[in-house]
Design a protein around this ligand. Structure first.
Ligand SMILES: Cc1ncc(COP(=O)(O)O)c(C=O)c1O
Length: 439
């Protein structure tokens, strides 16, 4: 649904909440200014309403979580039923049937579907923790502490995940506290084919794998927060080959790209490359903080059986409400033909973005795949223009559209909407962006 005319954003109620938040929340969390943010009151489908009653189209789907849209009816129903019966259990002592069913489902959707045997899961509360569980698993398997990760990567902000996140904005402030087990290499980028030769990159990776005790190769098959970066076609097959040769565990971080975001169930399905471990989160539950590290059974069995005390667990592990939401969301995703849906919406969105780009600067290249798309904002010299991207984010809010920027330079407008974004909503949002650029 399209937004009605919005007179002032943030409205008076949002402003009041912002004043109160400023006094009580760590100040690095929420960006608070005269023009930002709005406080959300409710959300449904592709729309969000704020506390002042304004309606917005959300082009982010809440950081890529609500691919099915907000409050999808089957998930809400399952959640309500589960909440009335059991919404907390002892995930690692006396667990629930929901946890079993979720682990079975994750195995079926991943390794069984890839004809790679069965999978075993380690459930976590966030994507960052799923990555850390995967890194610990790789160490259990190989006893080699090194991790090969890639430029532009984002794996989360726990100490382990941030150590493998290349972006200095996140690592830099804590670098004296971080150990030096992560080694970084270039991420060969589809849009810059002339900058990367397969032979040279292979030689570079071989050198790193020879020189360092690398037990894990950790990679996003398509980079999300790195700015919607799709790799060159030879990259993932090369990593698979090198991981096998150097006896490293190949970990795909699909926390952002998993569950149809890129137009396939998993991004790695675009290249038919099977990892040893896949990390999943965000859309998994359609909105509950639950994520998963899913590995080939033989790999996961590097963990010793629990003797009554687990060496890797947490209080809320396998929360039954989250498991039930995940089961329902996954069933809903599999019931619908989301490949077709996502690719059709992507085609329309790409055409609308390209129509805008045809007007020239400040628009640069379009990036991404499926419904994880980016649009570069550049200055007159064609260089990244993060300040202008920031202005667009604020201007779009007044025009009824929620959009965010990403990439290390923060100049890429990021489009990760719900899969049911309508043609009308696409036209409206892109028209607003065109108008914002001319005012
Ligand atoms: C690829 C990737 N991995 C890991 C994470 C971290 O997930 P979380 O924010 O749930 O810790 C993110 C978050 O954006 C992500 O995009």
């Amino acid at each position: 649904m399209l937004p009605e005319l919005i007179t002032s954003v943030p409205g008076p109620k949002s402003k009041e909440w912002a004043t109160r938040l400023r006094a009580c929340e760590s100040r690095n969390v929420t960006f608070l200014s005269e023009d930002f943010p709005i406080f959300w009151k409710k959300a449904h489908g592709t729309n969000v309403w704020d506390v002042d009653g304004n309606r917005f189209i959300d082009l982010t789907s809440g950081f890529g979580v609500a691919g099915l849209g907000y409050t999808p009816e089957p998930v809400v129903a399952a959640m309500q039923e589960q909440a009335g019966e059991l919404y907390h259990a002892m995930g690692d002592v006396h667990p629930t049937a929901e946890k079993v069913e979720l682990c079975e489902t994750l195995s079926r959707l991943t390794f069984e579907n890839w004809n790679a045997g069965s999978g075993k899961s380690l459930l976590t509360n966030s994507g960052s923790e799923a990555v850390e569980a995967a890194l610990k698993t790789a160490f259990m398997v190989t006893r080699k502490p090194g991790v090969l990760a890639f430029n532009g990567s984002y794996h989360g902000l726990g100490y382990g995940a941030v150590t493998a996140t290349e972006n200095l904005f996140f690592r830099g402030p804590f670098s004296p506290q971080l150990a030096n087990w992560a080694v970084f290499a270039p991420y060969p980028w589809e849009l810059r084919p002339n900058d990367f030769s397969a032979a040279e990159e292979e030689a570079r990776l071989r050198e790193k794998l020879t020189r360092h005790p690398i037990g894990a190769i950790l990679v996003e098959p398509i980079q999300g927060r790195g700015g919607e970066v799709v790799p060159l076609g030879w990259f993932l097959p090369l990593l698979r080959r090198l991981a096998d040769e150097f006896k490293a565990v190949l970990i795909f971080d699909e926390v952002f790209t998993g569950f149809y975001r890129t137009g396939k169930r998993f991004a790695c399905d675009h290249w038919n490359v099977v990892p040893d471990i896949i990390c999943l989160g965000k859309a998994l539950t359609s909105g509950f903080p639950l994520a998963a590290c899913v590995g080939k059974a033989a790999i996961m069995d590097a963990w010793p059986p629990s003797d009554g005390e687990a060496i890797h667990t947490s209080t809320f592990l396998g929360n039954p409400l989250g498991c039930r939401m995940a089961l329902t969301a996954l069933a809903e995703m599999e019931r619908r033909d989301l490949e077709t849906r996502v690719n059709a919406v992507s085609e329309k969105l790409c055409a609308a973005i390209d129509h805008l780009r045809a007007k020239g600067k400040p628009w640069g290249q379009r990036r991404g795949r499926g419904l994880i798309l980016g649009l570069e904002v550049v200055n007159a010299a064609g260089k990244p223009d993060p300040a202008k991207a920031g202005q667009f984010i604020e201007q779009m809010l007044v025009r009824g559209v929620i959009i965010l920027s990403g990439s290390p330079q923060r100049n890429v407008l990021s489009f990760t909407p719900a899969f049911d974004l309508s043609a009308e909503e696409i036209d409206f949002a892109l028209m607003q962006l065109a108008n914002a650029a001319t005012t």
